[in-house]
Design a binder for this molecule. Structure first.
Ligand SMILES: Cc1cc2nc3c(=O)[nH]c(=O)nc-3n(C[C@H](O)[C@H](O)[C@H](O)COP(=O)(O)OP(=O)(O)OC[C@H]3O[C@@H](n4cnc5c(N)ncnc54)[C@H](O)[C@@H]3O)c2cc1C
Length: 515
């Protein structure tokens, strides 16, 4: 058993190991000569009051105590092992493939998009020329929606062992070990592609297969057991185990399942806008005026309010980030955000979204699985139309939005395709717009300075989670009606973010191994 102690230090002392050790030894009532080793086990920022402090959890091992090492990732040779199909190379699909190898199965991954390097060209096209490639974009391609993201790696999952395993695999494939220590770890868009590439190379080295430009277009079921999948409307492959990890934006998969009478269900999701402030302002508010402190990272925030019976909350806040065009088809606009590892852009963006359940929506019919998806599509298309049918998005300053005035001009935005001044109250459905208005005023009361006309709303933020779930057996994790089909990750409704999707990928393959 090791000894754990909690200490608090000022940020400028964070590199001073002797100081930290001395403080922690005193707190633990231990002497240096009784210690074999020590480490910082957890690090978090305590900005609740000035001065801002770092909370450190220090772990000591005494001379007679054994230090538990992390178990490394094991790459088995699976060349001749039983094959399983994995559809989608997002975090869920990649972690499913890695777990398959560890468990002695051969993963065959089919990904509709391109590899990370090729994918970059399509991101440039959407940013600069407003061209959306429906197979390769910010959501589709190697690494999935998580590749060009902020790479925040925290989750609400309480199963610490699972989270640690997912993080350790990130470190094994090249992430900075600090993600194991930070309470709010993040990787950054510039570093993620290299890590994703290393994962793919390991899968292939072990004997697995990764096929890009390979879209699942059909599947065959025999006596409630999956038996084959079709790729690119052309070739058929026999598989009795298929992990379906296609993400929340693969609408064609939802339509395919529905057309083939496979049960899917409408699921609550959230929709709103992406707001952008100057990062300096957020630092100033969160760090109580200590915004020039070089020892503190760009500040983040998390806000939540109940407004007229619905939750309104900040989502995927990106300090020092950029707002990205995340459409996956023509005739729609969608926003989301990313940050580089240093989070050193001058902007702070965040989704501010309203929870929407099927029963909240007008025209909701019992058993219509598409009620939330249709609502999401309607808003994305309306925003595309009103902003001129390009990848420009409708925008409005925050106070102008609350007061219903069209903004006359804008501060510089990070959203590269550009913005168009619009009264968002006329674009967003009233159940969203009216709650956002009230929420912004309340957020301003909680975070003094947040409610400012220097902040700009970009619409819509609509791909917060899947508007559909694919029901599965809670024991076997197979679809409730089809054996061998494992709905997995965010698109199936079992994850919300990189780490929870990765964990669900592991869980689905564990279920196959158990079987
Ligand atoms: C810009 C941006 C920033 C984000 N930032 C963060 C963040 O900081 N932290 C965080 O936790 N989450 C973030 N997210 C969300 C996160 O990326 C997702 O929660 C996560 O990627 C979901 O993983 P998944 O594997 O379930 O699905 P996805 O990542 O969506 O992967 C699905 C994959 O399936 C492929 N696919 C789809 N249809 C088919 C088909 N028919 N055949 C074959 N392949 C198919 C897709 O091309 C895609 O690669 C962000 C998302 C975006 C878009």
């Amino acid at each position: 058993m090791s000894t754990l102690v909690q200490i608090s230090i000022l940020p400028h002392k964070q590199k001073d190991e002797a100081y930290i050790l001395d403080l922690a030894l005193t707190k633990a009532k231990l002497r240096m000569n009784a210690i074999r080793d020590w480490r910082i086990r957890k690090r978090s920022i305590d900005a609740r009051r000035a001065p801002v402090k770092l909370n450190l959890q220090i772990e000591f091992w005494k001379k007679d105590e054994v230090q538990k090492k992390h178990s490394p990732y094991v790459l088995n040779d699976v060349n001749n092992a039983k094959e399983i199909a994995i559809i989608g190379a997002g975090p869920a699909g990649l972690y499913a493939a890695l777990r398959a190898i560890e468990g002695g199965l051969k993963p065959v991954v089919f990904e509709r998009g391109k590899n990370v390097r090729e994918r970059r060209k399509d991101l440039a096209l959407i940013n600069k020329q407003h061209i959306v490639n429906p197979e390769s974009n910010y959501c589709f391609g190697e690494g999935g929606a998580g590749t060009y993201s902020d790479g925040k790696l925290y989750t609400r999952s309480k199963k610490r062992g699972n989270v640690l395993k997912a993080l350790e695999w990130f470190v094994h494939f090249g992430a900075d070990p600090s993600i194991l220590v930070d309470a709010h770890p993040h990787i950054g868009t510039n570093k993620l592609p290299k890590i994703i590439t290393a994962m793919r190379e390991a899968i292939i080295e072990a004997g697995g297969e990764v096929h890009f430009n390979s879209k699942l277009t059909d599947f065959r079921v025999n006596h409630n057991q999956i038996e084959a999948i079709q790729v690119n409307n052309d070739r058929w492959f026999s598989f009795t185990e298929v992990v379906l990890a296609t993400g929340h934006s693969a609408r064609d998969i939802f339509y395919l399942l529905h057309d083939k009478k496979v049960k899917i269900e409408a699921k609550p999701f959230a929709l709103g806008v992406r707001i952008e402030h100057q990062q300096k302002l957020i630092d100033h508010i969160q760090y109580h005026g200590d915004d020039d402190n070089p020892y503190l990272p760009p500040a983040s925030y998390s806000l939540v309010e109940q407004i007229d019976g619905m939750g309104v909350y900040s989502f995927c806040m990106c300090p020092g980030g950029i707002i990205a065009p995340c459409a996956t088809a023509k005739e729609e606009v969608v926003t989301n955000g990313w940050s580089p590892s240093k989070r050193n852009n001058p902007y702070a963006n965040s989704g501010i979204v309203v929870s929407v359940a099927p029963e909240d929506l007008p025209g909701n019919k019992a058993d219509d699985p598409f009620v939330c998806l249709d609502f999401q599509k309607m808003v994305e298309k309306k925003c595309w139309e009103i902003a001129g049918k390009t990848q420009r998005v409708p925008a409005q300053r925050m106070i102008d939005f609350v007061e219903g005035k069209v903004s006359q001009d804008f501060p510089k935005t990070s959203y590269q395709p550009g913005i168009v001044s619009v009264n968002l109250n006329e674009v967003l459905p009233p159940l969203i717009a009216q709650r956002l208005q009230k929420a912004f005023i309340r957020f301003g009361q909680k975070m003094k300075g947040y409610y400012t006309n220097e902040a700009v709303l970009h619409a819509p933020e609509s791909r917060t989670s899947s508007p559909i779930s694919i029901p599965r057996n809670s024991e076997t994790l197979e679809h409730i009606e089809i054996k061998g089909l494992y709905p997995c990750g965010e698109g199936a409704g079992y994850a919300g973010g990189i780490i929870s999707a990765a964990i669900d990928g592991i869980n689905c393959v564990d279920a196959i191994i158990r079987k």
